[in-house]
Design a protein around this ligand. Structure first.
Ligand code: HEC
Length: 125
C-alpha cells in the first residue's frame, strides 16, 4: 500500500510542473515602468516587440481578423506599417485609426520608443 502511495506522489511531482504557465503581461505589467523613459537603446526584440505583443497581438496576430486583417506579427509585417507611417499615426492617435482600437492610448514612453525605432531606420535587431 505504501509503495502505491509513493508511486502516485512521484507521478504527481512529474506532472505538476507541466501545469505552470508564464503569462507575459503578468510578469511584465506594462505600466510598472516607473523609471524614466529610456528610448536610447531601442531594438525590435527588446523594446518594440514586447509593446506590440502586449497591446496589439490580441487583434493583429494569428488570423488578424479582429484587426481588419492587418497582421503585425513578426518583424516583416510590422516593418510594412512602420515604414509607410501608419504605425506611428495609429499609436500617436494622429491618423484615422487610433490604436489600440477601443483601448487606452499607449504610454508616452511606449509611443516615444516606437517613434525612436522608426527614426533610426526600423532595424530588425
Ligand atoms: C481590439 C482590436 C485591436 C487592437 C487591440 C489593436 N488594433 Fe489595430 N486595428 C484594429 C482594426 C479593426 C483595424 C482596421 C481599421 C479600423 O477599424 O480602424 C486596425 C487597424 C490598424 C492599423 C492600420 C491603420 C491604417 O491607417 O490603415 C494599424 C497600423 C494598427 N491597427 C496598429 C495597431 C497597433 C500598433 C496596435 C497596438 C498598439 C493595435 N493596432 C491594436 C483592431 C485593433
Amino acid at each position: 500500500m505504501k509503495q502505491y502511495f509513493l508511486i502516485i506522489i512521484g507521478a504527481l511531482l512529474l506532472v505538476l510542473p507541466g501545469c505552470y504557465y508564464d503569462v507575459e503581461s503578468e510578469l511584465y505589467p506594462k505600466n510598472l515602468n516607473t523609471s524614466a523613459c529610456d528610448s536610447t537603446a531601442v531594438t525590435y526584440q527588446t523594446k518594440v516587440l514586447p509593446i506590440i505583443q502586449a497591446n496589439c497581438y490580441a487583434c493583429h496576430a494569428g488570423s488578424a481578423e479582429g484587426g481588419g486583417n492587418i497582421l503585425l506579427e513578426g518583424y516583416a509585417n510590422l516593418q510594412k506599417v512602420a515604414s509607410d507611417g501608419r504605425l506611428y499615426r495609429a499609436v500617436s492617435h494622429t491618423g484615422p485609426s487610433p490604436m489600440p482600437k477601443g483601448g487606452n492610448k499607449l504610454s508616452a514612453c511606449d509611443i516615444e520608443t516606437i517613434n525612436r525605432w522608426i527614426q533610426i531606420g526600423i532595424p530588425n535587431n
